[in-house]
Ligand binder design. Sequence first.
Ligand code: ARG
Length: 570
Amino acid sequence: MVEIKEIIAQEISKATDIEKEEIKKYIEIPTNEENGDYAFPCFKLAKALKKAPQIIATEIKEKIEIDSNWIQKMEVVGGYINFYINTNTLAKEVLTEIENKKEEYGSSEKGKGKNIIVEYSSPNIAKEFHIGHLRTTVIGAAFYNIYKYLGYNTIGINHLGDYGTQFGKMIEGYKRWGTEYNLEENPIEELTKMYIRINDLCKEDEKVLEACRDNFKKLEEGDEYCTKLWNKFKELSLKEFYKTYDMLGVKFDSLNGESFYSDKMPEVIQLLEKSGKLIESQGAKIVDLEDKGINTPCIIEKTNGSTTYATRDLAAILYRARTYDYDKCIYVVAYEQNLHFKQVFEVAKLLGLDKKYTDGLIHIAYGMTRVSTGRMSTREGNVVKVNELLNEAISRVKDIIEEKNPNMENKEENARKIGIGAVIYNNLCTTLIKDQIFDWNTVLNFNGETGPYIQYIYVRTKSVLEKAGYNPSINEIDIAKLQDKESKKIIKTLYNFENTLETVIEKNETSILARYLIELAQSYSNFYNENKILGEEKDIQDARIYLTYAVGNVLKIGAKLLGIEMPDKM
Ligand code: ARG
């Protein structure tokens, strides 16, 4: 599709002798439509050119020539040049593109040849999969989908927390009381109980603690019995985690977790020793990061000789650089681990890797979620269980359906899509770094800025098409019939879809796509309220039906990229 911003930047670049890419960064999309579709602020040039922005704007405007098929009007207002798109040409361009690409509208080959690792979810074996893990899972999956859609070679990694001394304890607990616990039925809960019990015993009896340490050592050395048990814990936990992943429709390309790196740590230590930055401190091996502005040193090896969480992350970076030759390695992890990633990314620079790899390390931090209402309120002190939360979402939607539309077909299926979609959307729609409150009334508000609202508008487009009973092809419609204000707004929004996806990965912010879909849904709702679709003159009706199809199509694609499925009725 023609990139109008590109054309504008090109012309301004010619007129000013400033690099096109530089100009592109300055070009804005005005918040008020009356100021045009794009605006170029000349304030930034004032100092260098020693002229008033207004004068610069006028001079540039005089010099540039843009095909009026694309830009129908330019205006200088204050220090801005405002550009007004020719919506007629744009409509043809956008709708033809949608006709050609259908369910692949917005996809591209821009990322071809680039390797992107997205690491997400990464829960800990034998521990509860909590609401924070839900958030990384949903956010990570959305980034994964979007990178893929833009043509990047994308690798999704679940960096399981499957390593550490606690497994020595768990093995000991199992040895003693394994048969007392119903691990098959309720693995995580039962393992947690067993863990608490053995931990208590360790506090009372030094000998038990000793036995636990011994188990862990054996596990590291590959002892058959210990490995078998550890595998059992891991399998049972994964079975439980996959209930959640299946409900969310989330997949991974690799489950290489912390234990995968257990034999890859000596090299990290060697490389750090070689760098001269690995120092002894109170019997431990650390890298001091004071001169990098990080006050806490990174511990590489503990006093007892065992490695750390950070060392395993460093080994993972080495491995990923070699195995995947990544351009970016993205970690979707809560902001509580900001310090950890600062340390690890800094120490990674000492491993002798190509700068490309250390520059490509990105931590996407997200905020905490607190559940405010219902029986899972965190104020009541309960830990929220994600599977229960998802099931509750579904059952609440079922209740709403029973009340409002009891004769709906595919009730079960639709309730599932709406309930899960609502939870997913809620995790993606606020600026990621912000803490958020999970409130059922907000999450399931069919008229709010929610997943169900987007689904609801989608279903409405479907029912318009169904009632019409036909779908005109692009060649049969007269695009000039889409001249009303609402249609124009929709066309511009449809045009911005691909750009929105690119902004998501540029700014590391899924909420940009989430909000885009709300905007598109709201635009359609306005269009629907203001205009008659069926029963209009045939050529107007056809054009509007086509526009309806286009909106439904893009809502569906965008929602799918976020991990949300569309119901067929609502
Ligand atoms: N397992 C950790 C947790 O649940 C998250 C792991 C994050 N990823 C990493 N490469 N350190 O808190």
